[in-house]
Design a protein around this ligand. Structure first.
Ligand code: FES
Length: 232
């Protein structure tokens, strides 16, 4: 067991845990999007960026080391996170009021936390098709933030990935492998919808089972409840 400090608070750190995990275990909130409990972190969204000794690091991938002095809530760091969230909003087409994931959406919840009223960047309004070709799910590419949580978490029994990145650059999207989509069970489809931080994966024929206003972040804003469970 080692010790690090986060914004001046001394935190116990079990060997091998990341800064984000140590923070969580010590009741400190560091925002995350691409990171998800039980999945290997990839550090792609950078929403969890902290500063250690003047260097910027992704808290979800950086292992905590004895004596680290971590800055988490410095105003410039918080503004950097806000700008990342704003970029995610302008890069896609996010119509929160009509989204099935409203109230359960981590991007929306973070926007409320960071009090984003109007992004500082121009909206891109990309033209993206909704893909309803899979039997059990709808892929709403307009909302996808490319976190790849679905890619990493939904696999067939023999470990093949059902969700796969397709194309490159601005045309990049997350699709389903046409050879494996028939193996997507009801449970896997629900899990995929659950693991998606936004409303990009929707289970067909199941909608608004929980009314808007009674959903997870309608009851408790994101970051007000620290999950004690630390797994990777
Ligand atoms: Fe750490 Fe996305 S949560 S980079």
């Amino acid at each position: 067991m080692s010790e690090i400090t986060i914004d001046g608070k001394v935190c116990k750190a079990r060997a091998g845990l990341t800064i984000a995990e140590v923070a969580k275990a010590n009741g400190i909130y560091i925002p995350t999007l691409c990171n998800y409990r039980g999945l290997k972190p990839v550090g792609s969204c950078r929403v969890c960026t902290v500063r250690v000794g003047g260097r910027y690091m992704a808290a979800c991938t950086q292992i905590a080391v004895e004596g680290m002095v971590v800055e988490n809530t410095a105003p410039d760091l918080e503004d950097m996170r806000r700008s990342i969230l704003e970029m995610l909003f302008v890069e896609g087409n996010h119509m929160c009021p009509t989204c099935e994931k409203s109230g359960n959406c981590e991007l929306q919840a973070l926007a409320y936390r960071y009090q984003i009223m109007a992004p500082r960047f121009p909206f891109q309004f990309p033209v993206r098709q909704v893909d309803a070709s899979a039997p059990k799910i709808v892929l709403e590419h307009n909302r996808c933030i490319q976190c790849q949580r679905c890619v990493r978490s939904i696999q067939t029994e023999d470990g093949r990935r059902i969700f796969v990145p397709q194309n490159r650059s601005r045309r990049r999207k997350i699709g389903v492998d046409p050879r494996l989509v028939s193996e997507l069970t009801d449970e896997m489809a629900l899990k995929a919808m659950d693991v998606c931080p936004v409303g990009s994966i929707l289970r067909k024929e199941v909608g608004f089972a929980v009314p808007i206003g009674q959903r997870k972040f309608d009851k408790k804003p994101i970051g007000t409840e620290i999950d004690e469970e630390i797994t990777r």
